[in-house]
Design a binder for this molecule. Structure first.
Ligand code: HEC
Length: 137
């Protein structure tokens, strides 16, 4: 119920910058992420069960890269310190190829602890829409 309200509010507030993704499809695609990522709200509500190999993806929209409570690799933290904040464009770029994205962002050969790649941009946009829908505050 709480989520449905969040989705409704997100729908009202969302001013899609470009090709808005489909949150329902994104929820389905998140199956590819949940072996490593959970979505747990700040007050501890589990929105999507998942593994601990990667950081909690709750509240990702607007969050500085590498800033959650997680043992990140150095390069994503450096990117965050250099100003990388998650929005739809940075998110889709990163998940398509995390290492290449960080390398380009930092202008140096970077490493990433995330080995998974989500190549399809439309699918990444759907996952982004899903993350936005569950993170609305
Ligand atoms: C095999 C495990 C694994 C899978 C599968 C995986 N990730 Fe990750 N992800 C990680 C790890 C580990 C990190 C931390 C990267 C680092 O520290 O360099 C990460 C980091 C991230 C970040 C940066 C978050 C932050 O706090 O700055 C995003 C965004 C992300 N993953 C999205 C996704 C999405 C979306 C999917 C599914 C399409 C996915 N990941 C699938 C392991 C995974």
């Amino acid at each position: 119920m709480k989520r449905m309200i969040a989705v409704a509010i997100a729908g009202l507030l969302a001013a899609p910058a470009f090709a808005a993704g489909d949150a329902d499809k994104g929820e389905n695609s998140f199956k590819k992420c949940k072996s490593c990522h959970m979505i747990v709200s700040d007050d501890g509500e589990t929105i999507m069960k998942g593994g601990k190999t990667g950081p909690n993806l709750y509240g990702l929209p607007g969050r500085t890269a590498g800033s959650a409570d997680f043992r990140y690799g150095n390069d994503i933290v450096a990117a965050g310190e250099a100003g990388l904040v998650w929005d739809e464009a940075s998110f889709t770029g990163y998940v398509a190829d995390p290492r290449a994205y960080l390398s380009e962002y930092l202008g140096t050969k970077a490493k990433s602890k995330m080995s998974y790649r989500l190549k399809k941009a439309s699918e990444a946009a759907d996952v982004w829409a899903y993350l936005e829908s569950v993170s609305a505050n």
